[in-house]
Design a protein around this ligand. Structure first.
Ligand SMILES: NC(=O)c1ccc[n+]([C@@H]2O[C@H](COP(=O)([O-])OP(=O)(O)OC[C@H]3O[C@@H](n4cnc5c(N)ncnc54)[C@H](OP(=O)(O)O)[C@@H]3O)[C@@H](O)[C@H]2O)c1
Length: 299
């Protein structure tokens, strides 16, 4: 699979990464629960396909444990990105996520993640949100730099969105930014470019727009944009809608990788094929861009 340099980290990451939120297991949220057997098979399939970036978080139920349990024996085949600032509360039947910006929580996140992931080092440790003023005031960026000097993590990043992103970019301390983006949710298009121009690596999430109009778990707000932009009129014959969305995301000049989540083998195979097919033709990109701009009222 084609690899891109993840900004100043210098890591060569596969264009398609893997978002492991769907492996969160029972008593979390959502209706679908992936079994241990399927999680094992899927994580190994991800690596077999040439994907070398896996994203997880302490907020994703047993996702970290499963990565540790099923693929830590293949640790040299992938870069591991997890998150911090997470203080989830496990209720009897569901997981309540909350973010707490203290040194105590972040230190605990690191210790727990290293243990669950069965590794000595996290490649990319990302704040799971947060605003620039709080992260600085609480000394949390310095804390991550200290973890880095101890060799416990290699790079520091942040997963963020508007309105917090511009101030975080200005800090000029992050090696990577994880940012939501797709043709159906294009709000961060220009900020992605600004973040990349600061030298940081760009990890896009939501790059397949949660599966688009054909998703098993429907997202009416995104579907509505597809309909209003009349994208069916320009969908090339035979191309699945999710492919159009994913290849549009890959066409963003600063998309170094997109961590698509799926726990469906057919979808996974389709996504690999979409990546192989490469970015969309220029004229189709412009047409989609124009139609979405008109439908959403954004430039
Ligand atoms: N704040 C944060 O930091 C944050 C928030 C959200 C997510 N994330 C990270 O980003 C990753 C991806 O985020 P996301 O799940 O919101 O966005 P996404 O990757 O755009 O959407 C994933 C959804 O798309 C469906 N899908 C994937 N390929 C498909 C295909 N070919 N056809 C139809 N449906 C398809 C999947 O369902 P199937 O299983 O049915 O294929 C899944 O429900 C997460 O796993 C997580 O690592 C981070």
């Amino acid at each position: 699979m084609l690899k891109n340099r993840l900004g100043r980290t210098g890591l060569e990451v596969s264009q398609l990464g893997y978002g492991s939120m769907g492996l969160r297991g029972p008593r979390t949220w959502g209706q679908r629960v992936v079994s241990d057997e399927d999680a094992d098979r899927f994580l190994n399939l991800v690596l077999d396909s040439g994907i070398n970036l896996i994203d997880t978080a302490p907020d994703y139920g047993i996702s970290e444990q499963r990565i540790g349990q099923f693929i830590s024996s293949r640790r040299d085949e992938f870069y591991l990105a997890t998150k911090c600032g997470c203080d989830p509360i496990q209720h009897v039947d569901h997981l309540e996520t909350q973010h707490v910006w203290t040194k105590e929580v972040i230190t605990r996140n690191l210790e727990t993640s290293l243990s669950r992931l069965r590794t000595n080092q996290i490649d990319l440790f990302q704040f799971h949100g947060g605003d620039a003023a709080t992260l600085q005031r609480e000394g949390l960026i310095d804390l991550l730099l200290d973890f880095r000097s101890q060799g416990l993590i290699r790079f520091i990043g942040v997963s963020s969105s508007l309105p917090y992103l511009p101030a975080l970019i200005k800090l000029s301390v992050f090696d990577t930014f994880q940012i939501p983006y797709s043709c159906l949710a294009p709000q961060h298009h220009d900020l992605i470019a600004r973040a990349a121009e600061s030298g940081a690596g760009i990890i896009i999430r939501g790059g397949i727009a949660q599966g688009g109009p054909d998703a098993e778990i429907q997202r009416p707000a995104l579907n509505d944009i597809w309909i209003r932009a009349k994208l069916d009129e320009i969908l090339p014959p035979g191309m699945p809608r999710a492919e159009l969305v994913l290849r549009y995301t890959l066409s963003h000049p600063h998309c170094h990788t997109t961590i698509v989540g799926t726990c469906n083998q057919q979808h996974f195979a389709d996504n690999l094929a979409a990546v192989q097919a490469g970015p969309l033709p220029e004229n189709l990109i412009s047409e989609i861009h124009q139609r979405i701009a008109e439908a959403t009222g954004e430039k």
